[in-house]
Design a protein around this ligand. Structure first.
Ligand SMILES: Nc1nc2c(ncn2[C@@H]2O[C@H](COP(=O)(O)OP(=O)(O)OP(=O)(O)O)[C@@H](O)[C@H]2O)c(=O)[nH]1
Ligand SMILES: [Mg+2]
Length: 168
């Protein structure tokens, strides 16, 4: 299973998502510090909201197989710019929560995520568990393992480790 690192503003639903992925009933716990569990790394929203702490999120991402940007469908502004992939060296996916909020604007949040370089975008409702199985299916697919030679070869072509091999 891929280890998922979650980042996004406070109240976006990161901790709730970790609970939904484990099949737990949602229970509110304010994230005060970055927590590493077996399959997820959950960070406090305040990190993503601060220019200075935000940079530190890149360090946590190195412990993960995939980085999940979590944004609620009713968020009024975007925290993640198009330069995200320049410092996150992992595949990035987008997870849109609260999709049934009366203030939801799913197409707008989707576009933010595409602009940020998300490879896949998942729509979930942590309360009803809608979309959770699809996300879980993606997480259960293991990333292909690479030998050091293969990794170095991809690197020498300027490709990411997780990109399919191409002949140049
Ligand atoms: N309706 C609905 N409510 C949600 C959803 N996800 C989270 N919530 C609610 O939103 C609130 C905040 O959720 P959290 O999971 O604690 O948010 P967080 O991103 O972990 O926030 P921080 O720990 O502050 O960074 C809680 O009251 C959740 O029950 C969702 O998909 N749908
Ligand atoms: Mg939290």
């Amino acid at each position: 299973m891929k280890k998922l690192f979650l980042m996004g503003r406070s109240e976006a639903g990161k901790t709730s998502l970790t609970q939904a992925l484990k099949g737990e009933t949602l229970h509110y716990v304010k994230t005060q510090y970055t927590n590493t569990a077996a399959d997820t790394i959950d960070s406090p929203g305040e990190y993503a909201e601060s220019k200075h702490f935000g940079v530190g999120l890149a360090c946590f991402s190195f412990e993960a197989d995939v980085v999940g940007i979590v944004q609620a469908a009713d968020e009024p502004f975007n925290l993640f710019g198009s330069g995200l992939r320049s410092f996150i060296l992992r595949p990035i996916i987008g997870i849109i929560t609260k999709i049934h909020s009366p203030y939801a604007n799913v197409p707008m949040v989707k576009q933010w995520m595409l602009n940020a370089g998300c490879e896949r975008i998942f729509l979930v409702d942590n309360v009803t568990r809608e979309g959770i199985d699809e996300l879980m299916e993606y997480l259960l697919e293991d990333l292909p393992s690479l030998s050091m030679e293969e990794a170095l070869s991809l690197q020498s072509k300027g490709l990411n480790e997780w990109d399919p091999p191409v002949s140049i």
